[in-house]
Design a binder for this molecule. Structure first.
Ligand code: FAD
Length: 318
């Protein structure tokens, strides 16, 4: 089922979903199942699987010179999505990126997803390669997420890159996109970022999932601004329970989000990370309750490979 159909069918009840990462290369699919199994009792309507592009690593050779190698540390997004749909009968949402893909690669990727019966994708630009400062699209690749949305929705109309195809199959993807309550780090202002979000919706995106945030007011204000600019699609809040003291600086640095001062002082008081996890779970439960009261369509949790804290939150909420 499409995400939009899940939301319609829920008749106003907030649904449960979460995001997982493919395991590091070398691990097997069981590590994925071990993370999902404890969350199945809360009836997730969909599970997102992130996509991790290539990175450059430098290997020292016997002669002392460095050899540059291209590696993907977390491959397997498509296989994991197929395995989830097969084993749990839950919709899996692969993340698809502009970065590292030519338009031809994207087309072939989407054809594979369509053949596997995957109905939803989250279309993202992706970040710069780790060793680089700015995002660079592939030659003949999509530059921004709205281009990727357009390519996907074109395939829904039977329009492929190869224009001489006749009677081409129309795919039926429901496309989601990312939104940033605290602004994407490269956007000159929140207003401009929302204007760019509107372009993704105009290109055919049917729902928005937000970056994590720790202050619900930022989410509510963001939704209000989106509605004022004419974005009418469902906006799904993304939530991450803080789990370690170091995340007080890691998360703002990596995701460009602010931490409220009450949360910072609660975390600073903790003697160890087991106490931080408890603070993170309680904060996230409070956020979730307020969001449900405000009528959000779905609560979407970032598990980042650890499901035990999401399990505690879900058991208090669903
Ligand atoms: P875009 O929407 O293309 O926006 C990127 C920047 O360009 C923004 O500043 C925007 O304002 C601006 N912009 C957009 N369109 C235009 C335009 N036409 N002209 C000029 N400027 C424009 N990354 C991964 O690598 N793998 C993942 O699986 C992944 N999952 C994610 C899931 C969620 C819910 C979120 C919120 C992020 C995820 N990311 C993931 C991170 C994401 O790839 C980065 O945040 C990336 O830097 C931006 O992606 P985007 O799709 O928002 O880009």
């Amino acid at each position: 089922m499409k995400i939009t159909e899940h939301i319609e069918a829920s008749k106003g009840k907030s649904l449960f979903s979460f995001e997982i990462l493919p395991p590091l290369k070398g691990q097997n699919i069981q590590s994925i199942y071990d993370g999902i199994d404890p969350l199945m009792e809360f009836d997730p309507q969909f599970i997102d699987v992130t996509y991790h592009r290539e990175e450059y690593v430098y290997i020292e050779q016997e002669n002392g010179l460095l050899e540059k190698r291209v590696v993907r540390k977390r491959p397997g997004t498509v296989g994991i999505c197929a395995a989830i749909q097969n084993k749990y009968k839950v919709d899996a949402v692969p993340h698809i990126l502009c970065g590292g893909f030519t338009k031809e690669d994207t087309e072939n990727f989407l054809i594979d997803l369509d053949f596997l019966g995957i109905k939803n994708v989250l279309a993202l630009r992706g970040d710069a390669v780790k060793s680089e400062t700015y995002f660079k699209p592939e030659p003949n690749g999509n530059c921004f997420a709205n281009d990727l949305v357009k390519q996907t929705t074109n395939m829904n109309k039977g329009i492929y890159l190869d224009t001489i195809l006749e009677n081409s199959h129309k795919t039926d993807f429901c496309v989601g996109v990312a939104g940033y309550p605290e602004k994407h780090m490269e956007a000159p202002s929140l207003e401009k970022d929302i204007e760019n979000l509107k372009a993704k919706v105009a290109a055919g995106a049917e729902y928005v999932v937000t970056q994590m945030f720790f202050n619900n007011t930022k989410f509510f204000e963001f939704v209000e601004k989106c509605r004022e600019q004419g974005i009418t699609v469902p906006i799904i809040p993304g939530l991450k329970p803080i789990a370690t003291k170091s995340q007080l600086s890691v998360l703002p640095h990596r995701f460009h989000v602010d931490m409220p001062k009450e949360l910072i002082s609660e975390v600073e008081k903790c003697k160890d990370n087991s106490e931080v996890r408890q603070v993170g779970v309680e904060w996230c439960i409070d956020q979730s309750k307020e969001l449900i009261a405000a009528g959000v369509p779905v609560l979407h949790y970032y598990s980042m490979g650890k499901s035990s804290n999401i399990q505690k939150i879900a058991s208090a909420i669903f």
